[in-house]
Structure formats: structure tokens, C-alpha cells
Design a protein around this ligand. Structure first.
Ligand code: TQI
Ligand code: CA
Ligand code: ZN
Ligand code: ZN
Length: 430
């Protein structure tokens, strides 16, 4: 259980405390009961363990906050290690993590020395490295790191990403695994943060608690290299697959006072302020020229003109009225290499349209009708909290909503950060 193998009794005590057992420091029957597990070599046997009572979070979006940093690393390094340690879990299960800098977060993270008020004092260098509380109110989910350790971003000392990823497993409800290749196996082994893939056993564990995420709709644009799997058949006729938690959009735009959502051959229209359930229509009923699979759309409110993008072409409309024939997206000043746009959003105050192409974006000055110089820029660098490809984007009440796979991010331009994440499908009444 320990990083250095000594102080067995202390470890037993600690484990007993974590499992809510009587703290004796001795390996009695009830303690053995908790740790013993069939260790058979049969493949495909799950080795992960949950905590007694199987505590888990009853919501998918959790907040976290680092309240006390360490002198071993810069705050930015700690933030990065924490973000990456959480991401390990959010790519495996439908979980979202939102960073906050104020108030009470679900997962309060801090570096602590010795006694720190939770009756699990730290023990100086080595021995206990960190601990996390299982999901729940108050201390639940909170994660403490022993400030006496030499925390590093590399291979020397203790790698913060490695320990954080393990602790967050506990904070989400996973106990230790008996699979030596798992992240939740109780032996420290340096894990390289970049390109880290959560071992199978840990994936099984987190999905046992939160269900499975799905990787497949993340990039479903034509030309994307991810193979398409059909969505599973809806279980009831009144539960069409746009209510599937994996549902994503192709394009979203305002059109007059309405919001339009496009997906394959369908679109939904709803009032911006209402969240009543809406029925999809065939795109051909309103925009016969577009047919299906719209890549991006935006409206320049003041002009009353909207633009729809599909491959290297775009169409112009006034409301639902199509204007003329399709033109080339080269009109906007894109480099020749851009043959398709992922998403577009018109920013009303700035009078600029942002175009998202793979992991970069362009800014188009609608007043000058000119692409701005110094673009493209990296989406990840400029929009904190947004990563991966963007499917669709729209501005409503001054917030930018980014749709990326099954997730919709509410982005606050002033705070320069994501302030909420919901399921994309919730925008069409699911
Ligand atoms: N801290 C223990 C841990 O998080 C706390 C602990 C001991 C515990 N027994 C437990 C938590 C039983 C839940 C259930 O595992 S630790 C590793 C290791 C530690 C150990 O400081 O010993 C890591 C912290 F062993 F996996 F490397 C992080 Cl990664
Ligand atoms: Ca220690
Ligand atoms: Zn603590
Ligand atoms: Zn552990």
C-alpha cells in the first residue's frame, strides 16, 4: 500500500479509517475482508473495487478548486497536472470538470503539511503521498497532497499528474484495484502525462459507476477519420435518438428570434429563451438546397442575413429565404488548404465572426468584410476550457455556446473561461 513499503501498521490504520472500520492497525478479519479479492488470471475479469456502499456523484458536472498550492511547483504546473489528472477520467465516462477559484467546489484540492484538520495527518517525506475522500457532501471528493513530498512534473520525486490521477479515482468513487497494470493499483509508478491512456480495468471501474462515454460521435463530420457506428435504436418511439446522451450537432445559428440546430438531414427551431421540447423538421422542408449535413451556420443579426456552410461552399439566406446560388468559401479569405469549416459564430458586440477549423480558428471582420491578420490561432490556447474539435457555436445573451460532441460549453468572454457544461441534447428539449 505504501510508496516505500514500511510502516505497515500505519497503512492498515489509514485503510481502516478510509473504509470506516475500527482503527486497530492490525490486519483483522474485517480488514482482510475489505482488501481480499479473487486474484485470478482469467482475462476480462474486473479487478477494480468500489468503496463500501458504492458512493458516487449524483451529477455529471463537478467543480474543482485548488485552494493551497505548493512551493515545489508553480501554480500553473499544479493547475496543468490537476486538469490532466481529471481529464483521464472525463474521457472515459460522462463526467465534466469545471475549475472555480472561489467558494465551495465539489473537489477541493490542497497541499497540506502534517496535521491539517481532517484527522488524517500527513507524515513528512515518503509514506503517505496524498489522500482523497470518496464522493459525498463536505469533505467528500476533497483531495489533499502531502506538501512535504518533492512534487514534480517529471520522473524524479513524485509526479503530480500520476498521484493526482490516482487520487481523483478515489474522489470519484474507485477504491484500489488488484490489477497491477491499473492506475488504481496501490503502488506508485510514474505515468507520462502526455498520451496517457486510462488502463482497461480503471475504465471498467469508472464506467461501472457513471456509465460509458462514447467516443464515436466526437468527430462525425464527413471526411473525419473516425469510423461511424450507428446510434443504438431508441428504446421507445417517444425517445428519438436526439435525446441520446451522445447526441451532437452539425451546426447551430440564430435566425431572427429563433435558434436553429442542424444534425444530418434534420433541424430544430426554438425560441432562444424557451426550453420547451421541439420536434425536428427535415432540412429540405425549409432549405431544399442544403439537403443535409450542414457544417456551420451564422447570422449577422443587424444585416438580417445568414450564411450556411457545407464543404467548400456557402449559401446566403434572409430569414428562411435562400438568396442566389452557392459561392466558394474562398470569398471569406480562407487559405486554399481550408476546404471545410467546423463551426462559425457571429459576435454581435465585436462585429466579428469566428470560424473554427480543426484545432484552429479564424476571425472575420464583418464591418470591413475582411479576414483579420494574425489568424488562425489555436482554439485551446485562446479559449480556456475548450479542447477538441468544435461542431457548432452560437452567441446567446453575450455568452458563446460551443458544441463539441455530446457536450455544450457556456463560455464567458469576460471571465475568459467556461462557466457551465451541459449535454448538447439538452438544447433541443432532452
Ligand atoms: N495514499 C493512499 C492512496 O490514495 C491513501 C490510502 C491508503 C487509501 N489506503 C487506502 C485510499 C485505501 C483509499 C483506500 O492510495 S498513498 C499511491 C500509489 C498513495 C499511494 O499516499 O499511499 C498513489 C497516493 F500507491 F498508488 F502509488 C497516491 Cl498513486
Ligand atoms: Ca508523506
Ligand atoms: Zn487530508
Ligand atoms: Zn489509492
Amino acid at each position: 500500500m505504501t510508496s516505500d513499503g514500511n510502516s505497515m501498521s500505519k497503512k492498515v490504520q489509514q485503510m481502516q479509517a478510509f473504509f470506516g472500520l475500527r482503527v486497530t492497525g492490525k490486519l483483522d478479519y474485517s480488514t482482510m475482508d475489505v482488501i481480499k479479492r479473487p486474484r485470478c488470471g482469467v482475462p476480462d475479469i474486473a479487478n477494480y473495487r468500489l468503496f463500501p456502499g458504492e458512493p458516487k456523484w449524483e451529477k455529471n458536472t463537478l467543480t474543482y478548486r485548488v485552494t493551497k498550492y505548493t512551493s515545489s511547483l508553480s501554480n500553473a504546473e499544479v493547475d496543468k497536472a490537476v486538469e490532466m489528472g481529471l481529464k483521464v477520467w472525463s474521457v472515459a465516462a460522462p463526467l465534466n470538470f469545471l475549475k472555480t477559484n472561489t467558494g465551495e467546489a465539489d473537489i477541493m484540492i490542497s497541499f497540506q503539511s502534517g496535521d491539517h484538520g481532517d484527522s488524517y495527518p500527513f507524515d513528512g517525506p515518503r509514506g503517505t503521498l496524498a489522500h482523497a475522500f470518496a464522493p459525498g457532501e463536505g469533505l467528500g471528493g476533497d483531495t489533499h497532497f502531502d506538501n512535504a513530498e518533492k512534487w514534480t512534473m517529471g520522473m524524479n520525486g513524485f509526479n503530480l499528474f500520476t498521484v493526482a490521477a490516482h487520487e481523483f479515482g478515489h474522489a470519484l468513487g474507485l477504491a484500489h484495484s488488484t490489477d497491477p497494470s491499473s492506475l488504481m493499483y496501490p503502488t506508485y509508478k510514474y505515468q507520462h502525462p502526455f498520451g496517457f491512456r486510462l488502463p482497461k480495468d480503471d475504465v471498467k471501474g469508472i464506467q461501472a459507476l457513471y456509465g460509458n462515454n462514447t467516443t464515436f460521435i466526437w468527430s462525425r463530420k464527413p471526411g473525419s477519420n473516425v469510423p461511424h457506428q450507428p446510434l443504438p435504436k431508441p428504446s421507445t418511439p417517444t425517445n428519438p435518438d436526439h435525446c441520446d446522451s451522445r447526441f451532437s450537432f452539425d451546426a447551430v445559428t440564430m435566425l431572427g428570434k429563433e435558434l436553429l440546430f442542424f444534425k444530418d438531414r434534420l433541424f430544430w427551431r426554438r425560441q432562444a429563451q424557451l426550453t420547451t421540447s421541439v420536434q425536428p423538421l427535415a432540412i429540405t422542408t425549409s432549405f431544399p438546397q442544403l439537403m443535409s449535413n450542414v457544417d456551420a451556420a451564422y447570422e449577422v443579426t443587424e444585416r438580417g442575413v445568414a450564411y450556411f456552410f457545407k464543404g467548400p461552399h456557402y449559401w446566403t439566406t434572409r430569414g428562411f429565404q435562400m438568396q442566389g446560388s452557392p459561392r466558394s468559401i474562398a470569398d471569406f479569405g480562407f487559405p486554399r488548404s481550408v476546404l471545410q469549416i467546423d463551426a462559425a459564430v457571429y459576435l454581435r458586440d465585436e462585429k466579428k465572426t469566428l470560424f473554427f477549423v480543426e484545432d484552429e480558428y479564424y476571425s472575420y471582420d464583418e464591418a470591413k468584410r475582411k479576414m483579420e491578420k494574425d489568424f488562425p490561432k489555436s482554439i485551446e490556447d485562446e479559449f480556456s476550457g475548450i479542447n477538441g474539435r468544435i461542431d457548432a457555436a452560437v452567441e446567446v445573451n453575450g455568452y458563446i455556446y460551443f458544441f463539441s460532441g455530446p457536450k455544450a460549453y457556456k463560455y464567458d468572454k469576460e471571465k475568459e473561461d467556461v462557466v457551465n457544461i451541459v449535454k448538447s441534447s439538452s438544447w433541443v428539449g432532452c
